[in-house]
Design a protein around this ligand. Structure first.
Ligand SMILES: NC(=O)c1ccc[n+]([C@@H]2O[C@H](COP(=O)([O-])OP(=O)(O)OC[C@H]3O[C@@H](n4cnc5c(N)ncnc54)[C@H](OP(=O)(O)O)[C@@H]3O)[C@@H](O)[C@H]2O)c1
Length: 342
């Protein structure tokens, strides 16, 4: 476990250890964990330039004006996009790329709890678009800018907030998760995310990638989810939030601090190169990645910023040996090509 004091001590060094003018892209920061992470980042970084990918203009404008109050030197831009759609996501990334040659940090936390099996008009499982497909797409679209950052600055990193350390079986006969019961989607999609981010790390070894599970964080997630399953989820979250809060929940402010730590600390370096982030304090060590290697560039970590390598590494090892890493990559990119050509 990384102690909260160590997280705070590392974050307090951001202004001295990282240069002014860092460029960051946040997708899903109009509420919840993303919003808390964005505001924490804005508080520590010197003159950051931030692109907020969001679908609601009033929500984005609210967050931007609150960030300006925290740090008047922060330069924030709203990029309107519905991340349920791959083509829209590409257009939004192109808009940012037309303005930036370098991107230092990407934080991906967009998603809704949609417990029906609706398809988007692009033919993808709606629940998985913003939580899986377009997250990979954003990271993939910005690889050249991240690689430039890795050669010209001390930080080049992608942080994906989802289910890291909860990896499990992948059903290779139903990769788009159109038929499996909802109870099986979490381990399935969590492994798919970790495997595609491993592939990105293979392709861009000077950039580091983190897939984390944030723990139970009280946010608006699931508030709008319709139906019986939505109601069950809200009852479950109510139990966590009220009677069990102090034992089970990660407070939203702590979550913001922990995610900024994940996005900036040298505990999670890339496999190659010098863009390692804020130097480690005494007592902390470099994390091992999803392949078990120390500092191997792609990390799955739990709510406490620590890996659970004894459970994650064997699961992913088994999947890699069965060729699932390649299958997942081919499926996902096949969908991107199909959509681009439609
Ligand atoms: N909170 C937890 O306890 C918990 C636990 C485990 C995993 N997670 C995962 O962590 C991530 C963040 O969760 P959270 O609790 O912070 O959720 P949240 O408060 O509901 O935030 C989700 C964010 O995603 C945005 N978003 C959703 N769909 C979008 C779309 N199609 N296009 C653009 N933006 C979209 C929302 O924007 P709008 O303002 O437009 O709705 C909001 O900013 C999720 O993937 C969640 O599954 C959360």
């Amino acid at each position: 476990m990384v102690l909260l004091d160590d997280v705070l001590a590392s974050n307090a060094k951001i202004s001295a250890a990282l240069p002014p003018g860092l460029v960051a892209v946040f997708a899903g920061a109009t509420t919840g964990i993303g919003e808390s992470t964005l505001k924490t980042f804005v508080r520590y970084a010197i003159k950051p330039r931030i692109y907020l990918m969001a679908r609601s203009s009033p929500s984005a404008q609210r967050v931007i004006s609150e960030c300006k109050e925290i740090n008047p030197d922060a330069d924030l831009h709203f990029v309107k996009v519905d991340l349920s759609f791959v083509k829209e996501t590409d257009r939004a990334c192109d808009e940012i790329k037309s303005r930036e040659k370098t991107v230092n940090v990407i934080v991906l936390s967009a998603g809704e709890l949609l417990l029906d099996r609706q398809l988007t008009k692009e033919g993808l499982h709606h629940f998985l678009t913003a939580t899986y497909y377009t997250r990979l797409r954003i990271a993939q679209n910005f690889i050249p800018q991240l690689e430039t950052a890795s050669k010209t600055s001390p930080i080049a990193r992608v942080l994906n907030v989802a289910g890291g350390t909860k990896e499990g079986e992948v059903d290779t006969t139903d990769l788009p998760a159109l038929r499996m019961p909802f109870t099986r989607i979490r381990p399935h999609i969590t492994s798919m995310i970790s495997l595609v981010f491993e592939t990105l790390s293979d392709q861009a070894p000077t950039v580091s990638f983190i897939h984390d599970f944030p723990g139970a964080v009280p946010t608006p997630l699931g508030h709008e989810t319709p139906g019986f399953l939505g109601m069950l989820y809200r009852i479950f979250m109510w139990t966590l939030k009220y009677p069990l809060y102090r034992w089970v929940c990660v407070p939203i402010k702590e979550s913001g601090e922990r995610h900024v730590y994940l996005a900036t600390s040298a505990r999670y370096p890339p496999r190659e190169g010098n863009a390692v982030g804020v130097p480690l304090q005494g007592g902390t060590d470099v994390e091992s990645g999803t392949d078990g290697g120390k500092g191997s560039g792609m990390y799955a970590v739990d709510w406490d910023c620590d890996n659970r390598s004894s459970s994650v590494v064997p699961v992913l090892d088994r999947l890699r040996k069965k060729g699932v890493k390649e299958l997942v990559w081919e499926h996902t990119n096949g969908e991107f090509v199909r959509i681009a050509n439609s």
